[in-house]
Design a protein around this ligand. Structure first.
Ligand code: PGA
Length: 254
């Protein structure tokens, strides 16, 4: 990370965990532990937990995000939530293109692009996830594949809008597997994403963009990953569900 150039952001991705009552309890435990955070802290919670999380986090340094949103403002899209619905509640952030959505729910680079443009238009700050499969890594196409994901996601996104976008490099083989990318692997791909951004928007914009690492990040490996110049934070799944573990990662981001 390089706090002189860009924000360091530690975000929790709760996935499909915690009822509203459990969300309130987890935040009650977490908030005192991260009150002196030196980085930005976000919790991305299930849709039904948003009211409880927003209430608990009000007036604190912790921002609340959702884990997906649709590209239309309203309409016949059963089961979907629009960006305007999120902003109307006071939600500031949204995860887009998580590999679980790509794998299980038919998300493509094109739908990620549509969601990203709509989220930006509504005023949200999106966290866009990219990352290769194990097979792609073994084939030696990681950088090309991730660069393509970044380029398609950003079609039609202006330089001004890019300021609100965070990227999360999440190698699929490292998510929820306990198998973390080495700090060097994480640093290398995050640097590659920055190079892609520089080619699209210029060096200055690229240097100002936060690029997180995600995939089995925990209290034990966070400091080493964050020591990489181009790793500007983390998107944390499993370890974000335990307040002391998540707080330890936040503390490592100094
Ligand atoms: P993990 O998940 O930390 O449990 O590997 C990360 C993510 O999916 O964002």
């Amino acid at each position: 990370m390089n706090p002189a150039l860009r924000k360091t952001v530690i975000a929790g991705n709760w996935k499909m965990h915690k009822t509203p009552a459990e969300a309130k309890a987890l935040l009650g435990e977490l908030l005192p532990l991260v009150k002196d955070a030196a980085c930005q802290v976000i919790v991305c919670v299930p849709f039904v937990d948003l009211p409880a999380a927003l209430e608990a986090a009000a007036g604190t340094c912790v921002a609340v995000g959702a884990q997906n949103c649709h590209w239309e403002t309203s309409g016949a899209f059963t089961g979907e939530i629009s960006p305007a619905m999120l902003t109307s509640m006071g939600v500031s952030h949204v995860i887009l293109g998580h590999s679980e959505r790509r794998t299980y729910f038919g998300e493509t680079d094109q739908t990620v692009n549509r969601r990203l443009r709509a989220a930006l238009q509504a005023g949200l700050c999106p966290i866009v996830c990219v990352g290769e499969s194990l097979e792609q890594r073994q084939q030696g196409i990681t950088q090309e594949f991730v660069s393509m994901q970044v380029k398609i996601a950003l079609q039609g996104v202006s330089r001004e809008e890019l300021r609100r976008v965070t990227f999360a490099y999440e190698p699929i083989w490292a998510i929820g597997t306990g198998r973390t990318a080495t700090a060097e692997q994480a640093g290398e791909v995050c640097a590659g994403i920055r190079a892609t951004l520089a080619a699209l928007y210029g060096k200055e914009c690229a240097q100002g963009t936060t690029i997180q690492y995600g995939g089995s990040m925990n209290a034990g490996n966070a400091a080493e990953l964050l020591a990489q110049e181009d790793v500007d934070g983390g998107l944390i799944g499993g370890a974000s569900l335990k307040a002391p573990d998540f707080a330890a990662i936040v503390a490592a981001a100094r």
